[in-house]
Design a protein around this ligand. Sequence first.
Ligand code: ATP
Length: 216
Amino acid sequence: MIVLSGTIGAGKTSLTTMLAEHLGSDAFYESVDDNPILPLFYENPKKYAFLLQNYFLNKRMDNIKDAQGSKLNVIDRSIFEDLLLFQLNADLERATQTEVQIYGDLLNNMMEQVDFSDDAIVKTPDLLIYIHVSFDTMLARIQKRGRDFEQIDHDPSLYDYYKTLNERYIAWFEGYDRSPKLSIDGDKYDFVNDPEAAKKVLSLIDEKVDELGLRD
Ligand SMILES: Nc1ncnc2c1ncn2[C@@H]1O[C@H](COP(=O)(O)OP(=O)(O)OP(=O)(O)O)[C@@H](O)[C@H]1O
């Protein structure tokens, strides 16, 4: 199981599709359009942050369970990043530290079911791929994609939220140690619009996949 990670608009969903197609495996997505809590959260983060977090936890567990059949299946976002987003929301007083604590304990409890046997209920990923983009690229992508509730024009306070989130991601990826990991420079390689960049990114991932023996 390969999981993608990275900030909002980094290109996780696109790379998930490309990669699964390239590897001949299945892709698993967390649908944003069908998420009933997300627009409510952006409208009133204080009221909905904890509910959103629980919604995501449930969905990510579903994805992990569904993707377990093959080491090459790809999930478009890791479960491990949610705590980073939730902690940021708590630091901005949109959730309490107690809620973060309870969520963190629940997550740890669930993740204790992780082992390396084939019938594990929850499995650690075989590889985590992090797409790093600069803050400017992140803003440009969010704007270009145009989801209403994510726009800074809609809510100027999102500027600081996005900036801090982007900064925290770097430290998060450095500290991530649950599985092998690979960083992709999403500024240098615009794999969505540039076929040459896409080829390069897929070959970097191929190298890592082979090094880890995931095709065996
Ligand atoms: N744990 C969380 N807490 C708050 N918001 C979250 C959380 N996880 C995801 N989101 C929000 O859900 C939306 C979708 O996020 P996500 O990064 O998974 O997809 P994306 O923005 O489509 O990424 P990409 O462009 O890389 O495919 C974003 O608005 C993001 O802020």
